[in-house]
Design a protein around this ligand. Structure first.
Ligand code: XMP
Length: 511
């Protein structure tokens, strides 16, 4: 069955992905596409509604992205946000004015005219603005539906043609009824059926995968991460033991992590899961190596080699699974692809596996949807909500040379940190939290003796996409418990520091 689709045209705003996620969350499938999509392409896409995102430009600049007037004549409802609303007004003959000062932050929104798009929105509410230009005169046929003190046409519409312009950002949480307005556009204006749910997705994908794979063989590299775990489970549900999973344990995982992967997927789900124990090999290769980039490179190469060995033993397969997700495939509004994280874990695999085709069952999903699918498939919460963990593992959290002793110290310290964060109920509020072994031992005193041991740094950040991050404001008493436990329970650690740097200028990982 084909889903109804909404088209989100990306004009380069910073919240473009958030808009698409909100629409999906409201039960309607949508794609985020570059704003230079042609009229023919838009027609062929056949959306039930079109949303224009915000963007950094001004409609009067020559180089600004524009839109063909004919888009408004397709009979498809349009919802323009911020730059998208200014563009709507401009193209249809209204006036956009450059304000002397930018407006940024919360404003009181007052409704001046009822509309389907304002159903269940109170007469006054808070909206969140971020703009300089504004629509000072709406085009002919349009009426103002809501305003603020400084913005005369905050929401305007041509109800006959189902065209809406919204100056504020309904997609951000600071806009109190923003989600309601988006929902109204989808359900009251576009008459969406709400057919995008993760249980539908699972049922459809399983059927599709079953048909596509038929009696062929599939190979998947499992890392323990959310994406590969969900992708493998979905395929396992479709074709059972025609799927073979290979899990390379590079010996750089966190405490109990490798066992947990085996327990959940092999013992629990009965997956055909092969674990390659390569810890000694990896740590051996890392002996004496201190340069972070060298470390990463060695681990990446060694990983490919270890996987190749397993793949050879398995023999030729028909399909290789990759856990690619939607943010990796989106092209941004400026025509260039969005930043794609180099994921050494899977990047080099296709070259060493004898296979015919790659399958990417999560290619259409945002991360939060992948997690919902994980729950839908019955995976345990700690697997589904697992924090991001870098491919090179603990090696980039040990400054300088990686040794078995340091790995043990780090694992124990990190385990206590995670345990206390979970006990404090902060584990799903913090994006990533982990311990690091610095490369500078310090002097301490234990009983009556001098110690000269490792300084452990704690790193915890809040973030939405890992591109920027802020250090997490963990309460002092929680930090105190963590510190006391680590210096008491962990060998070779005598001092704890907390990293209070944002990204940028620092990165999340230390190496
Ligand atoms: P940085 O340290 O660059 O990290 O701020 C951003 C995010 O990426 C993760 N990270 C990696 N993930 N392979 C991965 O799969 C890697 O080599 C790698 N290096 C960093 C990091 O944990 C954070 O979530």
């Amino acid at each position: 069955m084909e889903h109804q689709k909404v088209l989100v045209l990306d004009f380069g705003g910073q919240y473009n992905q958030l808009i698409a996620r909100r629409v999906r969350d409201l039960g309607v499938y949508c794609d985020l596409k570059p704003c230079d999509m042609t009229l023919e392409e838009i027609k062929a896409y056949d959306p039930i509604g079109i949303i224009f995102t915000g963007g950094p430009n001004s409609v009067y600049e020559e180089s600004s992205p524009h839109i063909a007037k004919e888009v408004f004549e397709l009979g498809i409802p349009v919802f323009g946000i911020c730059y998208g609303c200014q563009l709507t007004a401009y193209v249809l003959g209204g006036t956009v004015t450059h304000a002397m000062t930018s407006e940024y932050g919360k404003r009181e929104l007052t409704i001046v005219k009822e509309s389907p798009v304002l159903k269940d929105v109170p007469a006054k509410s808070i909206c969140w603005m971020s703009h300089t230009d504004f629509v000072s005169e709406v085009p002919e046929g349009f009426t103002v539906l809501a305003k603020t003190d400084s913005c005369p046409a905050t929401i305007f519409a041509d109800e006959k043609r189902h065209i809406y312009g919204v100056q504020y950002h309904p997609e951000v949480v600071h806009s109190e009824y923003g989600n309601q307005v988006l929902k109204n556009f989808l359900y009251e204006v576009c008459h969406a059926a709400g057919d995008w749910t993760m249980s539908n997705f699972v049922a459809e994908q399983v059927a599709k995968l079953r048909e596509k794979i038929a009696d062929k063989r599939v190979l998947c590299a499992m890392s323990g991460g959310v994406d590969s775990a969900v992708a493998a489970t979905l395929i396992h549900k479709a074709v059972g033991n025609q799927l073979t999973c290979v899990f390379v344990d590079h010996g750089l995982l966190r405490k109990y992590e490798a066992d947990e992967v085996m327990r959940v997927f092999k013992d629990g789900l009965g997956m055909n899961l092969i674990k390659a124990d390569c810890g000694e090999q990896f740590v051996g290769k890392l002996r004496g190596v201190t340069d972070p980039e060298r470390k990463r490179k060695i681990i990446g190469e060694e990983f490919i080699r270890a996987f190749e060995k397993e793949a050879k033993a398995i023999g030729a397969v028909d399909y290789l699974v990759q856990g690619t997700i939607y943010p990796d495939v989106i092209e941004s509004g400026k025509g260039k692809s969005a930043v794609i994280k180099s994921h050494h874990n899977v990047g080099g695999l296709p070259s060493v596996v004898d296979f015919k085709e790659i399958i990417e069952p999560l290619r259409d999903l945002f991360k939060d949807e992948v997690r919902k699918v994980g729950f839908e498939l019955g995976l345990p919460r700690n697997v589904v909500m697992r924090q991001p963990f870098p491919g090179p593992g603990l090696a980039i959290r040990i400054m300088g040379e990686v040794t078995p002793e340091k790995l043990e110290t780090l694992r124990d310290a990190d385990f206590i940190f995670r345990d206390e964060i979970a006990k404090a109920g902060l584990d799903e509020k913090i994006w990533q939290y982990f311990a690091v072994i610095t490369n500078s031992p310090t002097v301490g005193v234990m009983g009556d003796f001098r110690t000269y041991e490792n300084v452990i740094a704690l790193r915890a950040v809040t973030s939405v996409d890992a591109m920027t991050a802020d250090w997490a404001r963990i309460p002092y008493d929680v930090l105190e418990r963590i510190s006391t436990r680590i210096v008491n329970e962990v060998k070779h650690a005598n001092r704890i520091v907390y990293d209070i740097t944002s990204k940028p200028p620092a990165t999340i990982e230390w190496e």
